[in-house]
Write a protein that binds this ligand. Structure first.
Ligand SMILES: [Zn+2]
Ligand SMILES: [Zn+2]
Length: 142
């Protein structure tokens, strides 16, 4: 069993073996400027097989991450955290049949007031999220 995420024009596919259908919303300025709204993604780790790689354009959005999009249809394909080789793939690319739940909102202090989710989720500020990711990096290094 595996799960296939696809772009609008289906040139690019991302196949994931293990999927926890828990959505994390990122409200950071970069995600919102990139996508026009918060990034609703699934943590897919490094267990991702790309197809149509020649059609993926990667944009280096910071020293620690790149963002991929389809060069034909513009679909946002992933946020790739290079310190841990971890892909975060937008939930919508998997279709609507999976039992997704919104469980976490990060960079909550950068969320503008003009929208909000009604779900009750865990939240992290920018400082808390960065501290959490850095702590994971350190524990991996051991
Ligand atoms: Zn496409
Ligand atoms: Zn973000």
């Amino acid at each position: 069993m595996s799960y296939l995420a696809q772009c609008l024009c289906q040139s690019v596919g991302l196949r994931v073996k293990h999927l926890t259908p828990e959505i994390s919303a990122c409200h950071c300025r970069t995600c919102r400027q990139w996508g026009g709204g918060p990034l609703l993604s699934l943590h897919c780790g490094d267990d991702v097989i790309l197809s149509g790689e020649a059609d993926i354009t990667r944009y280096t959005s910071s020293a620690w991450a790149e963002r991929g999009f389809c060069r034909h249809c513009g679909t946002h394909l992933f946020y790739f955290y290079n310190q841990r080789a971890a892909y975060f793939i937008p939930a919508a690319l998997f279709g609507d049949d999976l039992p997704f739940t919104l469980t976490e909102q990060i960079f909550i202090d950068q969320k503008p007031d003009y929208y909000g989710f009604s779900q009750c989720t865990a939240t992290m500020t920018a400082d808390e999220a960065i501290a959490a990711f850095t702590a994971q990096d350190k524990s991996d290094a051991r």
